[in-house]
Design a protein around this ligand. Structure first.
Ligand SMILES: [Zn+2]
Ligand SMILES: [Zn+2]
Length: 344
């Protein structure tokens, strides 16, 4: 994060709230080390809008109550009157292919622990859950660290039983998963999968991997509607990953751009104020060159960036074509856009 604040600062886009979400985390009720209260407090402290505590549905620590609904109930009580959307979820993890189910009605349902993955996924779908494939290139199973084309799961994607995929989990990014998103119209998901304490792991200079959900309303139903309609992006490290039609408006909503000619010259001074956490790593692809520096520049988070464009003559308007390297709109493809300046 390009700011000292641990609180995410990410703008809304026209028509939608940009909800900062983490749909994958653990507590002492499975293999995490914190009480559910802490997950709620961390989320509020970091400026998240929605979380799901997704303890493994197959097992509980012996020391805690053997009812899989308990972590949610504790967190729910603690989140009461607080501005945080809490989604009931669980991680289906009997094999080394794991799936998260969001919007479950009962995480204690025995069918979620069936021996066959397809049956467990069917049980989650029976509860009208939103199921996504977790860490699909996890080296505990896939030694090359790549997301495989698993035919069984692809059939479940086609049948609508698997609706999303963690293209990012923690520091991991899986291009093969990104390919599956494009091919089977899945929802892109990025989560922390945090087991420890967020402040030790991330703050103050890093942030957890999150899913940006572009929702019509800040409610559980709003999150669900956006997930079902693939309106998500991922914010991981310095990267944004997602569809161009959402990330382009996010880029422009993050910035205030003012341009004027330096008196008596054809040098257009463009001052870009970035009010968001994102550093945008740009390359000038226009015919117009810069007076102050070469064609690579970063629009730094929470800062002003000035570029001086040589337009060769004073124009009433022009457009600057950019390649934004750290915004990925498809596997291996960075976002291209134009900053258009008018009425100079
Ligand atoms: Zn897992
Ligand atoms: Zn997990």
């Amino acid at each position: 994060m390009g700011t000292d604040s641990a609180h995410f600062q990410i703008p809304d886009i026209p028509g939608y709230y940009t909800l900062k979400c983490d749909f994958h985390m653990h507590t002492v009720f499975s293999d995490g080390v914190v009480w559910p209260h802490i997950r709620v407090d961390e989320a509020i402290g970091e400026g998240l809008d929605a979380i799901s505590i997704t303890d493994h549905v197959e097992y509980h620590r012996k020391e805690v109550e053997d009812n899989h609904m308990v972590p949610y109930e504790i967190a729910k009580k603690h989140a009461e009157d607080k501005d945080l959307i809490l989604i009931l979820g669980g991680e289906i993890s009997a094999s080394r292919d794991h799936f998260n189910a969001l919007f479950l009605k009962n995480t204690d349902e025995p069918a979620l622990r069936d021996t066959l993955p397809a049956k467990r996924i069917a049980a989650a779908n029976k509860q009208e859950a939103f199921v996504f494939w977790n860490h699909p290139g996890w080296t505990a199973k896939y030694k090359d660290g790549n997301c495989p084309r698993n035919e069984e799961f692809i059939e479940l994607m086609k049948a609508g039983q698997i609706k999303g995929i963690e293209v990012c989990n923690g520091d991991g990014y899986w291009e093969g998963a990104h390919d599956l998103v494009q091919e089977f119209d899945l929802t892109l998901i990025g989560n922390s999968d945090i087991h420890g304490v967020s402040a030790y792991q991330y703050q103050p200079d890093k942030h957890r991997t999150i899913t940006l959900v572009f929702a019509r309303e800040k409610t559980v139903e709003g999150v669900r509607e956006a997930l079902l309609n693939h309106r998500t992006a991922i914010y991981q490290g310095d990267h944004l990953i997602g569809p161009e039609d959402l990330l382009k408006p996010l880029f422009f909503e993050s910035l205030d751009i003012e341009t004027e000619y330096r008196e008596g010259t054809s040098l257009a001074r463009m001052t870009i104020t970035n009010n968001s956490d994102f550093d945008f790593m740009c390359e000038n692809k226009s015919l117009f060159k810069f007076y102050n520096g070469i064609h690579f520049f970063t629009i730094k988070a929470h800062a002003k960036t000035t570029i001086i464009v040589k337009t060769l003559e004073q124009l009433s308007g022009f457009s600057l074509d950019l390649l934004v390297h750290n915004v990925l709109v498809a596997p291996g493809k960075s976002m291209e856009l134009a900053i258009t300046v008018e009425d100079l």
